[in-house]
Design a protein. Structure first.
Length: 295
């Protein structure tokens, strides 16, 4: 494994940030997890542009210079010696001082902006059993809800505890992922994935951040990079793709359900808790999209 922190390579055992780093103290930060194959990072530009947009929109850091960050990722990947790898980039607000405050001691506005912490970690990719993709997986329904009024929803922030907790609870009931709905009971995403429904050959997806109809409430859904690729492939094949506010009835009526993220690519869903999806086997669209992703 290889670690790069603020411009320097360090041994894994020595990879650390300060006690007062905003990411550690307050969860103030963003991250991107990417997959490298044959020495190339998949959807590289899309991942870094998404991070830069979130850093700007959430007022973490603006501008985030993509070019030197991309160069650092390439250097870290090369130094690791791995052709296939999992690459994580973490960006925090850096040392916020102690205590964290919105104004300086004199009460004259915000303190000077700290220097961000940028960390890159390269490690072997997660290997998933072929059986997951050949037989499909079950999913549960998350107890928590995504909130359109939360300005941080739909961004890949370090505030990931609710998502991880939902995956852990799903595993306890034999499921691989948990589907999130919004406070208005519309489908949002998986805990760590984007979700697709297939009905009569049409791909149906929840609105992601930035795709909302004019005048609509903000969509608390991350615009997934693999999601974007699948939509592009589907439209390129002449398949209809519908972005919509989807309900649990739409989920239960789907002919197919599949999940996407940068780690597993395309993962078929054959069961929603006790409900069997379609004929209980991975559907033709999911299999086709996984073939495209593997290629």
């Amino acid at each position: 494994m290889t670690a790069w922190i603020n411009g320097s390579f360090v041994e894994d055992a020595e990879a650390r940030v300060g006690l007062f780093d905003a990411g550690f103290q307050h969860g103030i930060g963003l991250f991107e997890t990417m997959l490298a194959r044959e020495g190339a990072v998949l959807d590289f530009e899309a991942h870094l542009e998404r991070m830069a947009a979130s850093a700007r929109d959430l007022r973490l850091f603006d501008p985030l210079k993509i070019e030197p960050l991309a160069e650092a990722v390439q250097q870290a990947l090369a130094k690791s010696g791995m052709r296939d790898a999992r690459v994580r980039v973490t960006l925090t607000a850096g040392d916020m001082g102690r205590p964290f405050a919105g104004a300086n001691a004199a009460g004259q506005g915000a303190p000077p902006a700290p220097t961000p912490t940028v960390a890159i970690h390269v490690q072997p990719p997660t290997r998933y059993p072929d059986e997951l993709f050949e037989k499909g997986v079950g999913v549960s329904v998350a107890e928590n809800r995504a909130n359109p009024l939360d300005a941080f929803a739909g961004h890949k922030t370090l505030m990931y505890w609710p998502r991880i907790a939902a995956v852990q609870r799903a595993a306890e009931v034999g499921c691989a992922e948990a589907l999130w709905f919004t406070v208005t009971n519309h489908l949002a995403s998986g805990s760590v994935s984007s979700v697709f429904l297939v009905k009569d050959g049409t791909l149906r997806v929840p609105f992601a951040r930035g795709e909302e109809p004019e005048g609509a409430m903000r969509a608390p859904v991350l615009p997934g990079c693999t999601r974007a690729k699948v939509i592009m492939w589907a439209e390129g094949e002449g398949r209809a793709v519908e972005r919509a506010n989807l309900t649990v009835d739409d989920v239960l009526a789907a002919d197919e359900i599949f999940l996407t993220n940068s780690s597993w690519g395309v993962l078929p869903v054959v069961r929603l808790e006790r409900h069997e999806v379609g004929d209980g086997k991975p559907g033709a669209v999911a299999r086709a999209m996984r073939t495209r992703w593997l290629a």
